[in-house]
Design a protein around this ligand. Structure first.
Ligand SMILES: *Cc1c(COP(=O)(O)O)cnc(C)c1O
Length: 395
């Protein structure tokens, strides 16, 4: 008789990558009727022109498999966007690849470029798909810690250098950065670029928040630094810029060998996606400069309101320079510094949901006392959340 307990089906590569805390926290939000500032998705629709273009595309029959690298109109719009905002010149034929969101571009890049045992230098905390993508590729993450301080999050240059070994193949970067809200400065980008050139490393850079940058900070794309265009794969997505996170239209751009390696893996992941959303995204990328500036300024107002509310509630809030997110240190309100417990109790205590930052760390201890709140909600929703959070201060 075979054993009645079937074998554990999960691959060793994914051991430890159980269901994410996002699912638990979003379920908690639904069950308690709390305001969900956990997962980062906006609660308003994007520009009408973009939505109308998708409807039109469906009605006009753009419903079958698009070309593997993406429809030409979108590839041209992506290349034109990189030229307009950053002066980067790309061949839409060979240096632009449309993907199923930035997530697939990341997976395609990691699976297409990494061999078993290769090492990846990556800053922690990090977007949750990075560690899983590196693990699926059989590679090893070498995390470098971003530490919060009075001038925002910074890293130690010696620690960055020490993370590089003869097995390092690439550096995985995210700026503007989720979950910290950090925008890497020109000096920091230069340090990373020098390291990449010195050790002949590829840089994969996730710039999905490129347009969500607040007053006082500037987004510096890695590919614009001297000597970096040839060794940088830039990843972005329309989800965050156009409030269309459910469309999953992303892209990877850069030198042909980097795009080709990514495409080689990508073609066996989804092959293609989002036929009617691709022309709509091209319309979005072609919107005037005022649209892009407006996206950031609208979000800056809710960032400010949320920041003030978090501080009034007695939390230490690290000022976000960009993105949807603000991170707080919970210790003034919860002296044991248990961010997971803080998040589990928050819906009952004051009707708000947040996520514990420890899920974004290779070493969860580093983020134990930190919690992330999203500001990408309507001003009245943020105002209500702030009102509810004020109960923390009196409690
Ligand atoms: C949201 C997000 C992504 C995923 O983008 P999609 O286009 O939805 O796949 C990737 N990286 C970061 C840092 C994000 O916050």
């Amino acid at each position: 008789m075979p054993s009645s307990t079937p074998r554990d089906p999960l691959t060793r590569k994914l051991a430890g990558f159980g269901t994410t805390v996002f699912a638990e926290m979003s379920a908690l939000a639904v069950r308690t009727g709390a305001i969900n500032l956990g997962q980062g998705f906006p609660d308003t629709d994007g520009p009408a022109e973009v939505l109308d273009a998708a409807v039109h595309a469906i009605r006009s029959g753009q419903n079958q498999y698009p070309p593997g690298p993406g429809i030409p109109v979108l590839r041209e719009a992506i290349a034109e966007h990189q030229r307009r905002f950053y002066g980067i010149e790309l061949d839409p034929e060979s240096e632009v690849l449309v993907t199923a969101g930035a997530t697939e571009a990341l997976a395609g890049a990691l699976l297409g470029m990494l061999d078993t045992g290769d090492e990846v230098v990556v800053f922690e905390p990090m977007y949750d798909s990075y560690q899983a993508g590196i693990a699926l590729a059989g590679a090893v993450a070498r995390p470098v810690l971003l530490r919060p301080g009075p001038d925002g999050y910074t890293f130690d240059v010696d620690e960055l250098h020490a993370a590089v070994s003869p097995r390092t193949k690439l550096i995985l970067l995210n700026t503007p950065h989720n979950p910290t809200g950090k925008v890497f400065t020109a000096d920091e980008m230069q340090v990373i670029a020098h390291l990449a050139i010195e050790h002949d490393l590829i840089v994969v850079t996730d710039e999905v928040y490129e347009h969500l940058v607040f007053t006082g900070s500037t987004h510096v794309p890695m590919a614009t630094l001297p000597g970096m265009a040839q060794r940088t794969l830039t990843i972005s997505s329309g989800g965050k810029t156009f409030n269309t996170t459910g469309w999953k239209i992303g892209w990877a751009t850069g030198a042909e060998p980097l795009v080709a390696a990514t495409r080689t893996a990508k073609q066996f992941l989804t092959f293609v996606n989002g036929a009617p959303f691709q022309p709509a995204m091209a319309v979005g990328l072609g919107l005037p400069d005022e649209f892009f500036a407006g996206v950031a300024s609208g979000l800056e107002a809710t960032r400010d309101a949320l920041q003030a509310g978090l501080e009034a509630a007695g939390l230490i809030a690290f000022r976000a320079e960009g993105t949807y997110f603000t991170t707080v240190d919970v210790r003034p309100v919860r002296p044991d510094g248990d961010g997971v417990a803080f998040c589990r109790e928050l819906p009952e205590r004051c009707g708000v949901v947040a996520v514990p930052n420890q899920v974004f760390y290779a070493n969860p201890e580093h983020g134990r006392h930190l919690v992330r709140f999203a500001c990408c909600k309507r001003p009245e929703v943020i105002a209500e959340a702030v009102e509810r959070l004020s109960r923390l201060a009196v409690a």
